[in-house]
Design a protein around this ligand. Structure first.
Ligand code: NAD
Length: 332
């Protein structure tokens, strides 16, 4: 069976890591039809907008996309393509598994946790305005609907994956109403899953406990802003951004992309580590029900890491992006 997937190369190192992931996916023997669409800075010149309607149409049609990072200028300029994609396609769940990998020098071993982040609201609602010069208001939106939906996603995921415990991360001691509502929803949903242990932790303490011993955690359930920060923190446990995969999932579509950004400092130099996007494509294979192929991709990445001969610069090696993709593909 053939799968049609929207392919968004993105900006910076995006096209390089996307090409590497496509190379590895082609080695699975599964038939993919790629619908390549331009988004990000690359689309502004061509279409006058970083997120042309045709990109959204393509993802809606295929229900699936593999995406490279897109650049967002800090302050001013256009809205983030990612925030827009997540909102317009209602990709409400961000899923970021964080597993220790073989051959990686890290202070942490045996990390095996999953970050589930609400993707559509919180301080990322984009509701900001100047009250009077020198005073700016940025509005945090938390709703019962979105909180319940992400809690259900996390508990369903935990049940399907045989995970034992979910920890909701919050700051309800200060944001009593908003984070209080989030926790209320998590507690109500948690009662429907008696086999999964549920607990809560304040976000600042969570960061300290994670840094002390990330193996104490199983599934973390967070609102949007805390989830954004904590998932990057967790990427550090397994060797950095070059190895951290991710997915943004909704009822009608899912987009698979690495946690890292467009890395303009190394773009176009064949220096990017493609493993994070290759591991994200393994998540896409899981999502498609192609479990055996997903495991083969992960096993091939692990073998390359274990062998330690074709490593990218961020892992202390000298291999280029294309060379690493070939090394992984050849182990498939
Ligand atoms: P970044 O992730 O692009 O880079 C941070 C550091 O990590 C840089 O030193 C970079 O060289 C390195 N790095 C990142 N990915 C790497 C890889 N695969 N291999 C080797 N090294 C890698 O973060 P940033 O510098 O904060 O952001 C740059 C741009 O990316 C910004 O415009 C930001 O908005 C955008 N961004 C996009 C996404 C996305 O599209 N999903 C996510 C995060 C940031």
């Amino acid at each position: 069976m053939s799968h049609t997937v929207t392919l968004i190369p993105g900006d910076g190192i995006g096209p390089e890591v996307v090409a590497a992931a496509v190379r590895v996916l082609s080695a699975t023997g599964i038939d993919f039809e790629w619908e390549t669409e331009t988004a990000g800075m690359a689309a502004i010149g061509e279409h006058g907008t970083p997120l042309p309607t045709r990109v959204l149409d393509s993802v809606r049609r295929n229900k699936l996309a593999l995406k490279g990072p897109t650049e967002t200028p800090v302050a001013g300029g256009h809205r983030s393509v990612n925030v827009d994609l997540r909102k317009k396609l209602d990709l409400y769940a961000s899923l970021r598994p964080v597993h220790s990998l073989p051959g990686i020098k890290s202070r942490y071993a045996d990390v095996d946790l999953v970050v589930v982040r609400e993707n559509t609201e919180d301080l990322y609602s984009g509701l900001e305005h100047v009250v009077v010069p020198g005073v700016v208001e940025s509005i945090k939106i938390i709703t019962e609907r979105a909180s319940t939906r992400i809690a259900l996603f996390a508990f369903d995921y935990a049940r399907a994956q045989g995970r034992k415990r979910i920890t909701a991360v919050h700051k309800a001691n200060i944001m009593k109403l908003s984070d209080g509502l989030f926790l209320d929803c998590c507690r109500v949903v948690g009662k429907q899953y008696p086999e999964i242990q549920y607990d809560e932790i304040i976000v600042d303490n969570a960061c300290m406990q994670l840094v002390l011993d990330p193996t104490r955690f199983d599934v973390l359930l967070l609102e949007n802003l805390y989830g954004d920060i904590v998932s990057d923190l967790c990427a550090g446990f397994i060797g950095g951004l070059g190895l951290a995969p991710g997915a943004n999932i909704g009822e009608d579509a899912a987009i698979f992309e690495a946690v890292h950004g467009s890395a303009p400092d190394i773009a176009g130099k064949n220096l990017a580590n493609p493993m994070a996007l290759i591991l994200s494509s393994a998540l896409m294979l899981d999502h498609l029900g192609e479990r055996a192929a997903a495991e083969r991709v992960r096993a091939a990445v692990h073998e390359v890491l274990r062998a330690g001969k074709k490593l990218p610069r961020d892992l202390g090696g000298t291999a280029g992006t294309t060379e690493i993709a070939e090394a992984i593909a050849s182990r498939m």
